[in-house]
Design a protein around this ligand. Structure first.
Ligand SMILES: *Cc1c(COP(=O)(O)O)cnc(C)c1O
Length: 335
């Protein structure tokens, strides 16, 4: 895809940035001497896990909420979420003073459910997959007139997430490679489009977990496919991309240069590296880019930026990982 057929206007990212400025923090990018030493190239970490609500999802959610017309605002918004989108959407809606309902599956960790309730959203737990939670969303849209704001496959969400890319270019103008955690592809679509519009030669690498990487399987198949949703340390990367995916599959296919998959052990190593070497508390999904470098799964020949995208990990789980336990989330809760 050339950038002219991109489903967003050329200035969508600049407009999004202006729109979200009052709600979203501008997060720092800091050099990582330890990663630079490991891979022989300068590496900056973009500390987006320090974002308000604990993840970048606030950017897309805020841009989408503030783009609604008056009638839609008066009825409110609804989201289906593995946690961080719900949290970002709840915060964005509260800031804008509108109603927010969040539907999620039972796989979502309790700490994330609690956090969303605390933000004043009406939380509904439905089924064991995002697809099942979607049924309740469809009902709320049809019967109560709420506007669905999905976690990734929406032009205003993608534009909001892309503001991360604008900041990366400003803070590390010499960047040659950007590493981005990849699930539904809203973040990587926005970042790749925003970055490549200005610097087409920058390489964009997506990082997912081996367990249930729907976008990677879809790219292999050449079209969106479903994969079983499995428990993983990178729980914010779980869930499908939607068989009726409109934007993110196409943009990821056309703009992303490489996708890397990580084992659970590698993700745990990434969380530990973030803590001991970078002194950052990062959730599994937020640690995958750093983990990919630590695992030696990406080759970097020039300056790179790795996004740390979220900090919403259960702190008890985090402590066990830091203490060296190989937490097998597959068997969590069984013993
Ligand atoms: C949602 C999320 C991602 C992946 O973003 P997508 O737009 O779904 O690809 C990565 N990291 C964290 C912490 C997230 O919450």
């Amino acid at each position: 895809m050339n950038l002219h057929s991109f489903p967003l206007a050329a200035d969508a990212f600049d407009e999004a940035r202006h729109r979200v400025a009052g709600t979203v923090l501008r997060t720092p990018a800091v050099p990582s001497p330890s990663l630079a030493q490991m891979c022989g190239a300068p590496v900056h970490l973009k500390l987006e896990h320090l974002q308000t609500t604990g993840s970048f999802k606030l950017r897309g959610a805020t841009n989408a909420v503030l783009s609604l017309d008056e009638v839609s605002r008066s009825k409110g918004v609804v989201g289906v979420s593995t946690g961080n989108h719900g949290r970002g959407l709840a915060y964005a809606a509260r800031q804008a003073g509108i109603r927010c309902v969040i539907c999620m599956s039972r796989l979502v960790p309790q700490n994330k459910v609690d956090a969303i309730r605390a933000l004043g959203a009406d939380v509904r737990i439905v089924g064991v997959s995002q697809d099942e939670a979607q049924v309740e969303v469809d009902r709320l849209v049809a019967e109560e007139g709420l506007t669905l704001l999905p976690p990734f496959d929406h032009a205003d969400i993608i534009a909001g997430q892309g503001t991360v890319g604008l900041e990366v270019l400003e803070d590390v103008p010499q960047v040659e490679t950007v590493l981005v955690p990849l699930s539904g592809g809203g973040l990587i679509s926005g970042v790749a489009a925003a970055v490549k519009a200005e610097k087409p030669d920058v390489k964009v690498i997506g990082v997912s977990m081996e367990r249930g990487a729907a976008m990677a399987a879809s790219l292999d198949a050449g079209h969106p496919v479903q994969v079983p949703e499995l428990p993983t340390l990178a729980d914010s990367l779980g869930g499908g991309i939607g068989l009726d995916n409109r934007y993110t599959f196409r943009i990821t296919r056309d703009l992303v240069d490489q996708v890397v998959l990580l084992s659970e052990v590698e993700i745990a190593d990434g969380i530990r590296h973030a803590y001991f070497e970078e002194r950052q508390v990062v959730e599994g999904s937020g640690a995958v880019c750093l983990a990919a470098i630590v695992a030696g799964k990406v080759r970097l020949s020039g300056p790179a930026v790795a996004l740390l995208t979220g900090c919403n990990i259960d702190m008890n789980m985090h402590r066990r990982i830091i203490c060296g336990e190989n937490v097998d989330v597959m068997h969590e809760g069984e013993g």
